[in-house]
Design a protein around this ligand. Sequence first.
Ligand SMILES: Cc1cc2nc3c(=O)[nH]c(=O)nc-3n(C[C@H](O)[C@H](O)[C@H](O)COP(=O)(O)O)c2cc1C
Length: 400
Amino acid sequence: MSLKDKKVLVGLTGGIACYKIPYLIRMLRKNGAEVRVVMTEGATKFITPLTLETVSDNPVAVEMFPEAKYIATRHIDWAQWPDLVFIAPATANFLGKVASGVSDDLLTTIICATPRPVMIAPAMNPQMWSNKITQRNYTTLKKLGYVFIEPDKGEMACEDYGVGRMVEPQQLFEKIKVFFQRNSKKKVLKGKKVLITAGPTREIIDPVRYISNFSSGKMGYALAEAALRLGAETTLISGPSDLIPPYGVKFEKVTSTEDLYKAVKKEFSKTDCLIMAAAPVDYTPVRKVNQKIKKTEKTMQLSLKPTVDILKRISRYKKENQIIVGFALETQNGLSNARRKLKDKHLNMIVLNQPSAETGFESDTNKVTIITSQQKKISLPLMSKEDISYRLLDHISRML
Ligand SMILES: Cc1cc2nc3c(=O)[nH]c(=O)nc-3n(C[C@H](O)[C@H](O)[C@H](O)COP(=O)(O)O)c2cc1C
């Protein structure tokens, strides 16, 4: 994808990774983007404005109150100019200031004033990144809709090892390209209501123990993000997960399979499409115990009964114009089991995945086969869960 006519405002803050940014700017410009640069005072200690002026072919702005005339409201003009504000590297200090609403220099004032999307690539020492305050600020900003390029694990300039390194310029560039590709997608789900479930459920055994599975919620959260971007009014119901719900989604958190069923049932009649990406636990203890079960030397037996079959129950209420998509995770006889589930539960589509190191629960990638109620079979190669989400929603939008 060419970036012709795209305007990117690149903001640099005071971290050693500033040295990577001229490479990024050159890539952006080679692909047709126009680039303007804003630096904090801190950033100018690591790389000169002259270097960035030269590679961006535009004046670089640093000062909030410059001597020159006729640029009095530059913080507003520059905030409105770009299609994307891209901050890299972002210091812990910068995250803290933006998360607290502080605008005490040109860059943070532009962030406050911009109506445009903001992407942030933090870079710092692992201790600084894992610091609870930094993590709180990162979470706050993510929940508010700032898009993050999470730091990598690796060796740092200070010779520490851990998570905190900014990803390489080529990867930053790819993220920017993907961002523009996704933003230019047609809003094919505009006016549609999509209900997505994600994550595992938990069945309580006693006050300190539960039955669950390895589901991380990544597939469902990626689907919710993609559905939002394609214009759908999106509801995400999630079992326990550490993931941050995408900004703009209607979000509900549940614990047990029964809770999940009740939450889905409440929303289903208002929904055009239900995607059950959650992995509800299939069995629950017959007897719930109020006190912790004491450890003994004897063998212990736990009696379990099936939990509610959400898809089967919900499909009873399905109207002609509603679509239900199920997921099947199978370790053997995948295709035949998925086909049976599709038929038994009256689904319009089923997505089969088989767990491996690169696919299934906790990974960022997956390899799925989509089977429709007309028995059409589409096998996708190994892809990111984000890319799979767009492919799936593309099929769903055509069905809707
Ligand atoms: C050599 C050196 C390297 C630094 N690298 C980083 C870094 O990678 N990440 C970070 O958050 N802070 C780093 N700092 C600290 C910031 O420069 C400092 O917090 C500064 O106040 C940030 O200001 P700014 O956010 O306005 O640019 C570094 C400081 C020095 C002296």
